[in-house]
Write a protein that binds this ligand. Structure first.
Ligand code: PLP
Length: 399
């Protein structure tokens, strides 16, 4: 008998499964709205000019690839921290904040989770209902019990703010609360600035542990604007963990570029925390890879490349916004009685479209348009060539 006889086949990832089905579809006008990546107007994954320039310069400079420090490239970490806290933030000089390069946003969440498990072995983790599907799995894998806080209101296609506050108020002190700092995945629904003020107050009063996940900085209202929630927590003297992902904002998915930042209460505390975080990293993968980190670091630390990058990010943001507008306009023009204007209020790459599982199935079977059963669509997969077809098809399935 084999050692692995008792190993069960794990269920396959629902999103990747959808992509396999899409790839096998032979209809020429098929559209995959199930993805979690930004495509350009030609339906292709972009290679950013800022990234290309940085990469060319790195190839020119042709350096050997030694091990990086456990916490990664210093310039990368400083750049990631500056994006979160803002240039000129006194925190940058205070030594209270520490950042470690991580293997994407996922890696940042995982090293943060492992660190927290040591610190708060009995704590519970709360994630939004719904949330990015890996949040639950990742914190459970780190040994936590994961529960949800109320978030999305299907009736209004908006935030169940009262429910959210009630869930947070009911949480035990030192409960870890995972919050999407901007561009909520999967719904696209974010709290308003005033609502965030109240959330921060509850987090403070209830002594909750905020873990902010920011995977779409720049896709909401702008690089600076989208960091406002992070800055609000920090200004309220909260110790906070922040996982950053640059996968989408640099279109560098496969390079695994992310960072974990912790804002501590003193410089001395920060040194102790970093020493423990380094142990977590050392026993997981020892140290991060060089290439993607070097690219991001070059862009963040060169005023010229930074300008190109923020312009490119701005263009991505504008394109998504235009697609939201066009989707709403075309549906209206088709005489759909249902009000879809909520799509314009949503932020980031995704929209909870309100489509039912049956409608999603019809879209797939009859029209070759692939969306997730929850009705989540990736607005960044719409483009000037497929938008009319998608909107027409949606109009048909909801008629
Ligand atoms: N957090 C959220 C909310 C996400 O949507 C994603 C990616 O889809 C991640 C984290 C992980 O990002 P990465 O691909 O950099 O690991």
């Amino acid at each position: 008998s084999s050692l692995f006889d008792s190993v069960e086949l794990a269920p396959r990832d629902p999103i990747l499964g959808l992509t396999e089905q899409y790839n096998a579809d032979t209809r020429p006008n098929k559209v995959n709205l199930g993805v979690g990546v930004y495509y350009d107007d030609n339906g292709r994954l972009p290679l950013l000019e800022s990234v290309r320039k940085a990469e060319l310069a790195l190839v020119e400079a042709a350096s050997a690839r030694g091990y990086l420090p456990i916490e990664g490239i210093a310039g990368y970490n400083k750049g990631a921290q500056t994006l979160l806290l803002g240039k000129g933030s006194p925190l940058l000089e205070s030594g209270r904040a520490l950042t470690a390069q991580a293997l994407g946003g996922t890696g940042a969440l995982r090293i943060g989770a492992d660190f927290l498990k040591q610190l708060l072995p009995a704590a519970k983790v709360l994630i939004s209902n719904p949330s990015w599907e890996n949040h639950r799995a990742l914190f459970e894998r780190a040994g936590f019990v994961v529960d949800t806080y109320a978030y999305y209101d299907a009736q209004t296609h908006g935030l169940d703010f009262d429910g959210m506050l009630a869930s947070l108020k009911a949480a035990e002190p030192r409960t870890i609360v995972v919050l999407h700092a901007c561009c909520h995945n999967p719904t696209g629904v974010d709290p308003s600035a005033e609502q965030w003020q109240q959330i921060v107050q509850v987090v403070k009063e209830r002594q909750l542990v905020p873990f902010l996940d920011i995977a779409y900085q720049g896709f909401g209202d702008g690089v600076e604007e989208d960091a406002s929630v992070v800055r609000l927590f920090v200004q309220n003297d909260l110790t906070v963990l922040i996982s950053s992902s640059f996968s989408k904002s640099f279109s560098l998915y496969g390079e695994r570029v992310g960072a974990l930042t912790l804002v501590c209460s003193s410089k001395e505390e920060s040194a102790r925390v970093l020493s423990q975080l380094k142990r977590v990293i050392r026993t997981n993968y020892s140290n991060p890879p060089t290439h993607g980190g070097a690219i991001v670091s070059s862009v963040l630390n060169s005023p010229e490349l930074y300008q190109i990058w923020t312009d490119e990010l701005g263009a991505m943001r504008q394109r998504i916004r235009a697609m939201r507008q066009q989707l709403v306009d075309v549906l209206k023009a088709r005489g759909i009685s249902q009000d879809f204007s909520f799509v314009l209020k949503q932020r980031g790459m995704f929209s909870y479209s309100g489509l039912t599982p049956a409608q999603v199935e019809r879209l797939r079977e009859e029209f070759g348009i692939y969306a997730i059963g929850t009705g989540r669509i990736c607005v960044a997969a719409l483009n000037s060539k497929n938008i009319d077809y998608v909107a027409d098809s949606i109009a048909k399935v909801i008629a």
